[in-house]
Design a protein around this ligand. Structure first.
Ligand code: 6R9
Length: 586
């Protein structure tokens, strides 16, 4: 256990008395008291930027962008408010109606942040697509979103969208962030922006209006589009304040890409809604660069992920000591299990223990966390946010749930009813309903809870995996491999990896007439990488004569996992996260 050592030079934690807040807090009251925008609406973008301008903090830096080649750009709250007003006006001119989805496919560039806020202001639904996805995951998500507008760069458009545009009948406008030219179906983002006024009346959206669409994966079927509403901002703001201890003027860096939920909820909304300065680094992970950013920008609050922490640990403590990281007040982690060594390494080398936090695309905001004011139990995800009731349960066959005793392993469940809770999977009501039983949201994660109310992650109860913090489902990966003429069956698993947590490994059975060979292995891996993109591409491939299947013909990935880990097949109960009676998301 790591106790919190009071430091007279540091402010009292925003959440100073966890137990008192846990007893007193209610979402109903918090939502009822929320002031909202001047015309009576509630809008994420208004809460994130315009509110600060009205409050007289317009000159404060909202976004500090660090380009990969050393460029720097600061945008104040007032500038971000004006630019996003302009973009909202551009979208209105294109005829984008409230509730419509607007997609963006881009790296971490300033236009992404302007887009997110502009889309929210016009009442449309912001849908980010990860730029390391290949053409196929992008096509699937664009098609599913039915977006008429896509914001992207020339390079990403040419590499990942152009060839498939014919298969995307809804896609009318592609706005390029780095082009001044307009040609058939392609427009210049900046030219559109410049043609508009930077004034708009405050947004009119209501708390339950759709705001965000995040695609996520399950075991079966195509990716699911989790929908969030404007009211989610109340949870973003509050978790930012309580868990990340954010306050106006803080310098804050979230290393997650906005192609994933963390990069939006905590890479855009929560820090701005708390008046902080966002540091955005366009470049990919590089230990020296990261330490230099923490030092030079005097980052106070840092939210990152276990994969990055493991890579920093590998580089060693000497590199850390070359930097002055004394501005850091809180370091936190999310997305994958954070091993106790990571927490302790943070304390020993950064002078701050990593605070683990747990949540999901579906929960929209942090649900379980280690707080500044509470002791940390290294290896534990922490305790539920005030207002959140979490429990370890087992779903019964009659769809009731039984709550389990402290120490017993079961599914992590949350009592429904917080503002950032997802409101549906786009066009998939049945899958949405399956996430709930008896008034609980069932997370699909297996965990335990100790007698003091700390939660401990065990594993998933389905076949999705986390690789370098990214959630990947087997469906897309296996489907692509099966499109290759040599492949008859494919099964994906997560293979444990020292740094990425897990890497994607596929087992493949070949059609008659094809023989396993190194050349074919390389060809299949290349085939998958070209279509799926580096983030989703399998790293290893093994040939099998055939894949283990259930009587109904489903591939038994847990047997593939058992095989990989060398666990005796007869003793599946020892496999992490395996519940023979629990079919998860199937
Ligand atoms: C925010 C985000 C959700 C899944 C979740 C769980 C895993 C997240 C974790 C963690 C262990 C933590 N996960 N936080 N596992 N410890 N602190 O990551 O959303 O991409 O939807 O993934 O990530 O398995 O169910 P998402």
């Amino acid at each position: 256990m790591i106790g919190q050592i009071p430091n007279p030079n540091e402010p009292t934690p925003n959440l100073a008395d966890y137990s008192a807040m846990q007893a007193a807090f209610s979402w109903e009251a918090a939502c009822a008291e929320w002031v909202g925008s001047p015309n009576g609406g509630l809008n994420i973008a208004f809460e994130a930027v315009d509110r600060w301008v009205i409050a007289g903090r317009g000159e404060a830096i909202a976004l500090r962008w660090l380009g990969k080649n050393g460029e720097r750009q600061d945008l104040s709250y007032a500038e971000l408010a004006r630019l996003s007003d302009r973009f909202a006006n551009s979208l209105e001119r294109l005829g984008i109606a409230p509730g419509e989805r607007v997609c963006i496919l881009a790296g971490r560039i300033p236009e992404l942040y302007i887009t997110a806020l502009g889309v929210l202001k016009v009442g449309a639904v912001f849908c980010p697509l990860f730029s390391a996805f290949g053409p196929e995951p992008i096509r699937v998500r664009l098609a599913k979103s039915r977006a008429r507008v896509l914001i992207t760069t020339t390079l990403l458009y040419q590499r990942k969208v152009r060839k498939q545009r014919g298969e995307l009948p809804d896609l009318q406008y592609v706005l390029l962030t780095d082009s001044r030219e307009a040609e058939l179906g392609l427009y210049s983002f900046h030219a559109l922006l410049e043609a508009e006024s930077d004034h708009r009346p405050p947004p009119r959206t209501q708390p339950e209006d759709w705001a965000l669409l995040h695609f996520t994966s399950g075991t079966t079927g195509a990716p699911k589009g989790a929908i969030h509403v404007h009211q989610a901002v109340i949870a973003h703001q509050l978790t930012g304040r309580w868990v990340l201890d954010l306050r106006p003027g803080d310098i804050y860096w979230c290393t997650a890409d906005p192609g994933w939920v963390t990069g939006v909820s905590y890479g855009i909304i929560a820090p701005l809604a708390n008046g902080a300065t966002l540091v955005v680094d366009e470049a990919e992970f590089d230990a020296r660069r990261w330490y230099a950013i923490l030092e030079r920008e005097r980052v106070n609050i840092w939210y990152t992920a276990p994969t990055a922490i493991r890579m920093l640990m590998k580089v060693g403590a000497k590199t850390v000591r070359e930097h002055d990281l004394s501005a850091l007040r809180l370091v936190a982690s999310v997305g994958e299990p954070l091993n106790p060594e990571g927490v302790i390494w943070g304390l020993a080398t950064l002078g701050r223990p990593f605070h683990d936090t747990w949540w999901q695309t579906e929960t929209g905001a942090i649900m379980i966390a280690n707080y500044r004011a509470l002791d940390i139990r290294p290896g534990s995800m922490g305790r539920p946010l005030p207002g959140i009731e979490a429990a370890i349960v087992r779903r019964r066959s009659d769809d009731r749930v039984d709550r389990l005793e402290p120490g017993e392993e079961g599914e992590l469940a949350l009592r429904t009813g917080w503002p950032s809770m997802f409101r549906g999977y786009l066009d998939d009501e049945e899958r949405y309903q399956r996430c709930f039983a008896d008034g609980w949201y069932l997370s699909g994660d297996l965990a335990t809870c100790d007698a003091d109310g700390y939660f401990w992650f065990v594993g998933r109860n389905d076949d999705v995996i986390k690789t370098a913090g990214h959630l990947i489902g087997p469906f897309e990966v296996e489907n692509i491999l099966m499109e290759h003429p040599a492949v008859v069956e494919a099964g994906m698993i997560g293979k444990p990896d020292e740094f990425a947590g897990q890497i994607i490994k596929v087992f493949v059975a070949l059609k008659p007439g094809y023989e396993p060979s190194d050349a074919l292995r390389k060809e299949l891996l290349g085939f998958a990488r070209t279509r799926l993109g580096p983030a989703v591409a399998p790293r290893e491939l093994e040939f099998l004569p055939d894949l283990p299947k259930t009587r109904s013909g489903k591939i038994m990935r847990r047997l593939l996992r058992a095989r990989e880990l060398g666990v005796p097949l007869g003793d599946l109960s020892t496999l992490e996260g395996e519940y023979p009676e629990n079919s998860g998301d199937e």
